[in-house]
Design a protein around this ligand. Structure first.
Ligand SMILES: Nc1ncnc2c1ncn2[C@@H]1O[C@H](COP(=O)(O)OP(=O)(O)OP(=O)(O)O)[C@@H](O)[C@H]1O
Ligand SMILES: [Mg+2]
Length: 257
């Protein structure tokens, strides 16, 4: 049996996946970037190998992806996140035609061909609104974990709207809404709606075609996925480990090129 690895070093987290020839994930790991993206990527890879019960020498080929992919000289090839997420999600959901990847700093929407190739993509500008960073700041202001924010949002009672799309102003607005006595649930839902609006605008740029799937850490936010399904009008498929899809796709590319 031959083994392959993908290392995805994004703006917030480092992810690594080790697979076998049948695309089975034998080991994986997710780590915060901290101050050194190269170290975080290598640590994530080492732990993924550990969990797979394999030594470095057993791996035939490595592909790196994500923001810091060029720092990985051990990797045979460096590929963009867009191609890796598309490849990973297509392996899980072969009929995916529209893919939404929302990470810590970027939101991307892709149109995917029958063969799993990216035909078109749209990306957010440099602004953090519409990305994980926006939710992270807001969750902190509400003193909630990321899962907590999603759970609270799903039990909202009243429709509130955030007027600021900017992360900095949005944070002050959240603090102000709290001081006015608005409930955490309603504020959390307003945050989810605000980010969903941004993402829907992005998906419309590439066109919406079924099947639709979502990857990246933000796909773990159930309230966000629910709101997006509502706005788009179709179900969204979410892989079991959405945050690992870039690293998984990179490992598949390491295998087949
Ligand atoms: N359990 C969770 N529930 C909700 N959201 C989560 C959860 N875990 C992580 N996230 C979100 O995922 C985001 C990070 O996603 P990901 O790891 O895909 O980013 P990245 O690849 O480092 O960033 P980018 O692709 O933009 O460079 C965080 O900002 C956070 O909001
Ligand atoms: Mg990413």
């Amino acid at each position: 049996m031959r083994y392959f690895a993908g290392i995805d070093v994004g703006s917030l987290t480092a992810k690594s996946v080790v697979i076998d020839e049948d695309n089975r994930i034998l080991g994986s790991h997710i780590l915060g970037i901290g101050q050194d993206s190269l170290k975080a990527g290598m640590d994530a890879y080492r732990e993924a190998l550990n969990r797979a019960g394999l030594k470095k020498e057993a791996v035939s080929s490595i592909v790196s992806t994500g923001y810091s992919r060029k720092r990985f000289t051990e990797a045979a090839v460096q590929k963009t996140e867009i191609s890796c997420h598309a490849r990973g999600v297509s392996a899980v959901f072969p009929n995916v035609r529209t893919l939404i990847d929302v990470g810590g700093q970027d939101s991307k929407a892709m149109k995917i061909s029958r063969e799993g190739r990216v035909l078109e993509f749209a990306m957010n500008d440099k602004c953090a609104a519409g990305t994980g960073r926006f939710v992270d700041v807001m969750a902190n202001a509400l003193n909630l974990t990321l899962d907590g924010l999603s759970d609270e949002a799903l039990s909202f009672k009243e429709e509130l709207t955030l007027s600021s799309t900017c992360t900095v102003f949005g944070e002050s607005e959240v603090v102000s809404l709290l001081s006015q006595g608005q409930s955490v649930q309603d504020i959390a839902w307003a945050i989810v709606k605000s980010i969903a609006d941004r993402i829907v605008a992005l998906v419309k740029r590439v066109g919406i075609e079924q099947d639709i799937a979502m990857s990246g850490g933000m796909a773990k936010n159930r309230a966000l996925v629910a709101r997006l399904e509502d706005r788009i009008g179709f179900d969204i498929l979410v892989p079991q480990e959405p945050q690992l899809m870039g690293a998984f796709g990179a490992a598949i590319i390491a295998k087949v090129g």
